[in-house]
Design a protein around this ligand. Structure first.
Ligand SMILES: C[S@@+](CC[C@H](N)C(=O)[O-])C[C@H]1O[C@@H](n2cnc3c(N)ncnc32)[C@H](O)[C@@H]1O
Ligand code: SF4
Ligand code: SF4
Length: 330
């Protein structure tokens, strides 16, 4: 088995979005030698780059060349800056390119991300298409845009891109947290406007009536943060235990997944053992300090059911559909 690895090469960024989970107290970079240590200690099948704007890592080019040379499938999420700045040669080394757009209008997008961002991401999409690369739009589902999800599908369609939606996680502020009603209205809007390529968001999978509700976290998905810490999910609150780091990998290899964080991410809460949600998202429960509970968006714990009509799109192979819990619509 190979692992889908998520990594933040750095938390440095040229923007300062209010909803962002990235820590800003200090800036860190994962050096090339540590990327090599990861690949030499684990069977890495794919690597998705996120957390900050990865091109701001001084060794970005050397790292991309190294990973590409090893045959690791690469994806990157960007606010437009990395994709517009890297060379054509480097761009060609990525399998999936993702541009973050959270709103369907320039005014709303620039209000969150800063003036000129709407234009920048659109230029980046054009550049990717001109290079023959497929593009996904990456949207964070928040209480400020849940009612716009059908319009986001239309936008993605007009740009010839898939739409990948991640649920906002209240890592640093509650200001963007969705209510239960907003969460489900968003998915109803999303699925009424687009066909589903893949959905690994556990609670939504359960409502769709799909099997394998368990999320990838704690199993075949591993996340490395910009300080080299090994965590089951990018949103995991690193408070209770000291995590393993890349320095621990050479001696331990895959046994790093025995760390309590990974065990916690895998554990089905006793209260939800008989529930279709199977606990849903472990990070959401951990952030809320309720690891042994149902997902806060669980309808069954409220004695409700969700009517979620959806249609499947033809299958496509996208790196990110495997290494994080996410919903991709066409
Ligand atoms: C952290 S950014 C890093 C890559 C790049 N700077 C960008 O904005 O795409 C990756 C994605 O995470 C999203 N994101 C940021 N904070 C989040 C949060 N608290 N919960 C869920 N997604 C979040 C961003 O909107 C973006 O789509
Ligand atoms: S551009 Fe990305 S990394 Fe930078 S602040 Fe915004 S969401 Fe966070
Ligand atoms: S289900 Fe939650 S903890 Fe697991 S990968 Fe998804 S967001 Fe992270």
């Amino acid at each position: 088995m190979s692992y889908s690895v998520g990594i933040g090469l750095t938390n440095a960024c040229n923007l300062a979005c209010a909803h962002c989970y990235r820590p800003t107290e200090r800036i860190d970079y994962v050096p090339l030698e540590q990327i090599q240590a990861i690949c030499e200690s684990l069977p890495v099948g794919s690597m998705g780059m996120g957390t900050g704007e990865n091109i701001l890592h001084p060794q970005f080019e050397a790292i991309v060349r190294y990973l590409h040379g090893r045959g690791v499938k690469l994806s990157i999420a960007s606010n437009g800056h990395s994709i517009m700045t890297m060379s054509d040669e480097l761009l060609a080394m990525f399998n999936d390119l993702e541009l973050s757009i959270d709103y369907p209008t320039a005014e709303q997008q620039d209000a969150l991300r800063g003036p000129g961002n709407w234009d920048l991401v659109h230029r980046a999409i054009e550049r990717c298409h001109a290079a023959g690369k497929s593009v996904s739009i990456l949207a964070t589902l928040m209480c400020t845009n849940y009612h716009l999800m059908d319009r986001m599908v239309e936008l993605a369609r007009s740009l010839g891109a898939h739409l990948r939606v991640n649920v906002y996680q209240a890592v640093r502020t509650d200001a963007f947290r969705l209510t239960y009603e907003q969460f489900w209205e968003a998915y109803q809007r999303l699925f009424s406007a687009g066909k589903v390529v893949s959905c690994s968001e556990p609670i939504v999978r359960a409502a769709m009536g799909l099997p394998d509700v368990a999320s990838p976290c704690g199993h075949n998905s591993i996340r490395f943060d910009m300080r080299g810490r090994i965590i089951p999910c990018v949103y995991w609150p690193v408070v209770e235990h000291e995590p393993y780091t890349i320095a621990d990998l050479p001696g331990r290899g895959e046994s790093v997944l025995e760390h309590p964080f990974f065990a916690d991410a895998r554990t089905i809460p006793s209260t939800a053992a008989a529930c279709p949600c199977q606990g849903g998202c472990a990070s959401r429960r951990a952030i809320n300090g309720r690891l042994d509970d149902h997902d806060e968006y669980c309808p069954w714990a409220r004695g409700e059911t969700i009517d979620l009509a959806w249609e499947a799109a033809p299958a496509v192979d996208l790196v990110r559909s495997r290494n994080v819990c996410t919903t991709i619509v066409a």
